[in-house]
Design a protein. Structure first.
Length: 209
């Protein structure tokens, strides 16, 4: 990440943060409703203010959320306490040694995190992710597609109005990135909510080898 995401969480009301949504996206909800993912020990990678972690916790998942932003984790912890959601939130660098996380997980997901991680750092992220998951664990990733018409509509690196620079991926890149550590079950381009307009995103659903 090449920008001050903690500053965004510190200085922007949560409802004005472009990627922050209180309600979980249909693409995540559908995994649970379909039975492809059922209550288990789960890690929310890049959890932000914890909304999706709290949604899953309410369904019986045992959720740990991790984010690099102390401000985001503070908001998530406060919100979980207010709602009585049984989640644990920790500050941690997903490209670091992850000493903050103990144990392994049976489901991991990152929702709109991977496009904040540039290609040179992605192999480290995948290795760290692999270490966090049990063999056979399910994994979901959703990141912006190079087909997305937003933020100029072309180019792999795009500057957003929030001051972030994101990397827009192809399905082939995502397949190549994850295929050594994961069995890919689904790989497709979907539409996800966005502020002010929807985005095209690459959806990956996979299983840890």
């Amino acid at each position: 990440m090449k920008y001050d995401v903690d500053g965004i969480y510190r200085n922007t009301p949560p409802d004005k943060i472009p990627w922050n949504y209180e309600n979980p996206p249909y693409a995540l909800v559908s995994l649970v409703k379909s039975g492809k993912v059922s209550p288990c020990k789960t890690i929310d990678l890049g959890c932000g203010t914890g909304n999706y972690a709290m949604y899953l916790a309410g369904l019986g998942f045992e959720v740990t959320g991790i984010d690099s932003s102390p401000a985001a984790i503070s908001i998530a912890t406060e919100n979980a306490e207010k709602r009585g959601a049984l989640c644990m939130f920790v500050v941690g660098d997903l490209l670091g040694d992850l000493h903050e996380i103990r144990g392994k997980f049976d489901f991991g997901f990152d929702w709109e995190l991977l496009h904040t991680i540039y290609p040179e750092d992605r192999p480290t992220y995948v290795r760290n992710l692999s270490r966090l998951l049990n063999t056979g664990a399910r994994y979901l990733s959703v990141c912006f597609s190079e087909q997305d018409p937003q933020f100029g509509g072309s180019g792999k690196y795009r500057l957003t109005p929030a001051g972030t620079t994101l990397y827009f991926s192809s399905e082939e890149e995502i397949r190549d990135l994850f295929s050594t550590e994961f069995i890919i079950r689904e790989l497709k381009t979907i539409e996800v909510p966005g502020k002010p307009a929807p985005h095209k995103a690459v959806w990956l659903f996979a299983e840890r080898r």
